[in-house]
Design a binder for this molecule. Structure first.
Ligand code: ZN
Length: 532
């Protein structure tokens, strides 16, 4: 991490401490004089003025305080401070990274239709980038101020075959490469597995597809690498085509390479123990079937997805290849060593809002993620659950996304990589992405309006808690049933009554218990045979 950059915006320990202490002293002095002035018969306005003029400012902000410190022996400036150990806070002053490459817009429909624009529109990434520039998050020629105030640009690059094959098959890679040499007419009828199905699952192709998909996956890798190398504190990768539906050997749902899983596995390989455990949080409104498949048996990748499931009637309903039943349900929890490291939070209906998502975060995501202790957090950030997205039909606001980001930033020492997935309303994705970008840069999230989850949201979350508490002790309300099943520590009511009866008889009639000669005696008969 370049600690030397940004010295012009930094305040050192000594400065802050001295100013703060002076502030306290001066305020006390001013208050004292104000009280005295009142006694002297001066107006309250005058004393207010005295207070204002004595209000100090932090050093460097332009104003110098002119206060007469009578008790100069208490002036902290006269004390020799210990030398600063660090120049500045390494995280707070580091930049947020931005991956954006205009060439990712070249993946377009081979024969575009004027009337029916495909939702996975090349303008999506531009809308986000433009919003970043307008909001003052991304630098553009002519922008004011130090470059440190902006996101730091990270170059995207093409993914390599070896990297793709960490997740996909060689056949998958090879087929995608063939697309670049085909004509538009050929691409319209093209099938990845022509013998197995007669239609592609929600994918359009262009001769530029291999190039753009490679940049998208490579961009995700470079985003995560930049964090792990300490070049940036966190990063937003504005990439397309998206990736979370792409399976081992299937392009699917606008996706070609599973960008997030490839980046995760590439970083695990490169950084070893420093990046062993990765949390992938997928808030796209669709289930990330590709990410789930790629990491299903891996205990070092925790996949948590919040998505509309509608009991299996929302995309991705089933797999084209083997007609599997929907697999975004809450019963899919991983397998083998990865059992318990796949957490699906399926909404049974559309219409979920901020309060439902925040509730799910508080009840499931954050407890599990904190327990997991990831080294890196990757957000598969689709913005199709955003207010205004026709495909998702949910109501998450920009502030909602900001709060989710903010919570995730408390994990993994703040190493958070946000990788764009879906989101099809240009305005909604731009506003939502801006809110996330600002949060990454350090702005506190906006206030949330309504924090009462819907009863459907509460119900769905409870079902997941019940399921996942098998694997995560932090979710243990179900432990209550286990405690009830253990022998009770209390006394039975009729034993208490009998004991009282016996004691009264002893006391009133001076009776004493008889020894009952039996091998086993029920507790209920203990001290119950009495005689005078
Ligand atoms: Zn989606």
């Amino acid at each position: 991490m370049d600690l030397d950059n940004g010295a012009d915006v930094l305040m050192h320990d000594g400065d802050i401490l001295a100013s703060t202490e002076n502030y306290t002293q001066v305020t006390e002095t001013s208050l004292g004089s104000a009280v005295k002035s009142d006694y002297d018969g001066l107006t309250a306005r005058a004393s207010g003025k005295a207070l204002l003029s004595a209000t100090p400012t932090l050093k460097g902000a332009g104003l110098r305080r002119e206060a007469d410190l009578r008790e100069s022996q208490l002036d902290p400036r006269l004390e020799i401070p210990r030398p600063a150990k660090f120049k500045h806070l390494p995280y707070a002053t580091a930049q947020t990274g931005l991956v954006y490459d205009v060439r990712m817009r070249f993946h377009v429909e081979a024969i575009p239709s004027e009337v029916d624009v495909h939702p996975e529109d090349p303008r999506r990434i531009h809308a986000i980038y433009e919003a970043f520039v307008h909001a003052g998050l991304a630098w553009q020629a002519g922008a004011e101020g130090s470059p440190n105030y902006y996101m730091g640009r990270i170059d995207a690059r093409k993914v390599t075959k070896d990297e793709v094959c960490l997740v996909h098959t060689e056949r998958h890679w090879d087929w995608i490469q063939t697309l670049s040499s085909k004509t538009a007419e050929q691409l319209v009828g093209e099938l990845q597995h022509p013998t197995e199905y007669s239609q592609m699952d929600s994918v359009y192709l262009s001769p530029n597809t291999p190039y753009c998909a490679a940049l998208s996956a490579g961009g995700a890798i470079e985003a995560c690498r930049a964090i792990m190398l300490g070049k940036v504190k966190n990063v937003f990768a504005v990439i397309r085509p998206p990736g979370h539906h792409a399976e081992r050997e299937d392009v699917k749902g606008f996706c070609f390479y599973d960008n997030v899983s490839i980046a995760t596995k590439a970083c695990q390989q490169e950084f070893g123990e420093r990046c062993r455990k990765v949390l992938i949080l997928d808030w796209d409104v669709h289930h990330g079937n590709g990410i789930q498949q790629a990491n299903y048996d891996d205990p070092n990748v925790l996949y948590i997805s919040l998505h509309v499931h509608s009991d299996g009637n929302f995309y991705p309903e089933n797999s084209y290849r083997d007609r599997r039943p929907p697999y975004g349900d809450l019963l899919h929890c991983g397998e083998g060593a990865g059992l318990g490291y796949n957490v699906n939070i399926p909404w049974r209906r559309h219409g979920m809002g901020d309060a439902d998502y925040i509730y799910a975060f508080q009840q499931i995501v954050m407890p599990i993620a904190t327990d997991f202790r990831p080294d890196l957090v990757v957000i598969a950030a689709g913005f199709d659950a955003a207010e205004g997205d026709m495909l998702g039909g949910c109501h998450v606001t920009p502030a909602g996304y900001a709060h989710m980001t903010h919570m995730l930033m408390s994990l993994a020492n703040g190493r958070v990589a946000v990788c764009l997935e879906g989101g099809y309303n240009l305005e909604s994705i731009a506003r939502s992405a801006c809110a996330v970008g600002k949060t990454l840069m350090g702005e506190p999230p906006d206030r949330l309006e309504d924090l009462k989850p819907t009863k459907y949201g509460v119900d769905d979350v409870k079902r997941v808690v019940r399921q996942q508490s098998k694997f995560w002790s932090c979710l243990y309300p179900k432990d209550l049933s286990a405690r009830l099943a253990r022998p009770l520590q209390g006394e039975r009511m009729h034993d208490v009554v009998r004991k009282w009866q016996a004691k009264t008889l002893w006391d009133e009639h001076e009776m004493s218990p008889l020894f009952v000669h039996r091998e086993k005696l029920s507790k209920s008969f203990e001290n119950q045979v009495l005689a005078t």
